[in-house]
Design a protein around this ligand. Sequence first.
Ligand SMILES: NC(=O)c1ccc[n+]([C@@H]2O[C@H](COP(=O)([O-])OP(=O)(O)OC[C@H]3O[C@@H](n4cnc5c(N)ncnc54)[C@H](O)[C@@H]3O)[C@@H](O)[C@H]2O)c1
Length: 315
Amino acid sequence: MIKDEPKEILITGGAGFIGSNLALELQNRYPKSNILILDDFSSANFKNLKGFKGIVYSCDVSTDEVFFKTEDWNFDLIFHMASITDTTVEDQEYMMRKNVDGFKNILEIAFENEATVVYASSASVYGIVNEEIPLKEDREKSPENIYAFSKYIMDNLAEKTAKETGLKIVGVRYFNVYGLGEAHKGKFASMIYQLYKQMKEGKNPRLFKWGEQKRDFVYIRDVVDATILAKDAPISTVYNVGSGKARSFNDVVRILNEALGTDYEVEYFDCPYDFYQVFTEADMSKIKKDLGFVPKYSLERGIREYVSLLEKYQR
Ligand SMILES: NC(=O)c1ccc[n+]([C@@H]2O[C@H](COP(=O)([O-])OP(=O)(O)OC[C@H]3O[C@@H](n4cnc5c(N)ncnc54)[C@H](O)[C@@H]3O)[C@@H](O)[C@H]2O)c1
């Protein structure tokens, strides 16, 4: 269990949305630790790392270059966030190579360094579930696209490697994360950011009819806290990381209107998909029981804070 200050930390995907927020918080909590970020900058923004004092190398972790760029380091902790996050990529070989082979390389480095690994899984592994029940980690998985499938195989690889090597490998299965530092993701940024942008441009926010579909939106500050806490998991496992509360898209627009002091009406349009998830909610009992983690941000508080930061930093 790493309770003391880690000496050397690797963060892959550290110039992305979650990785950069994580890097800045780790630097804050562990000022004496040396932090290395590896990122291929395929979906990143260096501006997210303003104030970061560690080292950043451009590196695709699915290539052998990752071994050269880490050979002088001795990590005790690895956060693996790097991944293709464009969920519409259909090239299966490409997605699997980047996400699964990349993870395999990181696990090899963890083995050489005897490092604890925390890696990003995704709620997409559960697939389209239309019962209104919170999703438990051990429920049936049904990945619907190659992105979700790659995350599902990463979970399997983590479990197998942990069993065979005794390494501690902990998955954090994120739900719909929102917060400062996601703008570079364009149409893959959160719905909260998309709706905020539409309203800032003076447009009515657009939702599928009738805006009552619900998602588990989780604020970046809670995500970072849960991710750091995950290193102290008693055993290798996977934890849901959500807010634990499904909220509707109509709720999001209402709260954005309150935060912005506006009164935009929603423009509803037909959903073009045959299968569209109407409800997701994380069952958060496992991470609470094992690690005492309880999200601090309601949707109201998270959006209020996010809007005030967006207004201040414009990114
Ligand atoms: N944001 C969410 O709502 C959400 C939900 C579920 C899971 N996740 C997972 O969380 C992690 C972080 O996602 P994010 O939202 O910060 O997205 P992001 O796109 O901002 O971050 C991913 C980072 O990984 C980098 N990257 C991609 N492929 C790489 C490679 N082969 N080698 C090195 N770097 C590479 C990108 O340049 C980017 O900086 C990802 O693993 C993602 O699948 C995110």
